[in-house]
Design a protein around this ligand. Structure first.
Ligand code: SF4
Length: 266
């Protein structure tokens, strides 16, 4: 089952993405904890990504990282590329008015759910707050796709709800450190209109989840996406759901691309 805190269900951006993409898949993955077949190449990329996140965290904490860089040419090249592309992010604040923290953790309760976010880096001063996120997979997704991902929506939403910053003073920037050529970034500026829209969408999704969970207690399964949906073509549960142009063994699920983002485990 999902982890709980005093009867609250903890939900991350990845779980919201899955719930929106296909409720049945959420059921299989989180309620029944059915694992997708592992893909060694994907795992290897994740390990390297986790190491980059850890390195950035250690750097931010002022711990030495040179020996790690020397031992790993890949990390060394990512770090050098990033330092070249965004030196201002690696610079420590010279005043004491700026707050910086890596792996910054926040929660927000809505209904019986505890929404959790972890920012790779939060930089905030008396005017604005910037959320930064490192991505280590090769190709940045389209901006529109990234904008609709729950990571972008939830991360800015939670900050607006749990701080004194107005939505207009919040931004989120993804850095793709491994992009061909040099690191690239995609930045989103938040605003009140988006905030209202996300409030509505989030409440709607959570209301649905509450109903589906109640039904599930009575042995009613979560809804599936419509027959013929492309989502099934790439789903590892296609066989289980009898949506089998693709089998569980061969499906190559694209969802983990952004949702199994290589984060540092806390
Ligand atoms: S096969 Fe289709 S219906 Fe079944 S969990 Fe996957 S996406 Fe949902």
């Amino acid at each position: 089952m999902l982890s709980t805190t005093t009867q609250l269900l903890r939900l991350s951006q990845g779980q919201l993405n899955l719930l929106e993409a296909c409720p049945r898949k959420f059921q299989h993955t989180y309620l029944e904890q059915l694992n997708s077949p592992t893909n060694p190449e994907h795992e290897e990329r994740q390990t390297l990504g986790s190491r980059f996140h850890l390195l950035m965290q250690q750097r931010e904490m002022g711990l030495p990282i040179d020996s790690f860089l020397q031992a790993d040419p890949q990390l060394q090249s990512w770090m050098a590329g990033f330092a070249d592309a965004a030196p201002e992010i690696l610079m420590s604040a010279t005043d004491n008015q700026t707050f910086r923290e890596s792996e910054h953790y926040r929660t927000l309760q809505i209904q019986n759910y505890l929404l959790t976010v972890v920012y790779d880096l939060l930089i905030a001063d008396n005017q604005q707050a910037q959320i930064l996120d490192w991505k280590t997979y090769p190709k940045p997704p389209h901006k529109r796709k990234l904008e609709s991902n729950w990571q972008t929506r939830l991360y800015m939403y939670v900050l607006a709800e749990t701080s004194a910053y107005s939505p207009e003073n919040i931004s989120m920037t993804y850095w793709f450190v491994q992009s061909e050529g040099k690191p690239q970034n995609i930045k989103f500026n938040y605003n009140t209109t988006q905030h209202i829209k996300i409030t509505k969408k989030l409440n709607q999704l959570l209301n649905q989840l509450t109903n589906w969970l109640a039904d599930y207690q009575n042995n009613v399964q979560f809804p599936q996406v419509a027959e013929g949906s492309k989502t099934c073509d790439y789903c590892t549960f296609a066989k289980r759901c009898d949506r089998t142009s693709v089998t569980e063994e061969t499906a190559n699920d694209p969802l983990p691309n952004i949702d199994s983002i290589q984060e540092v485990s806390l």
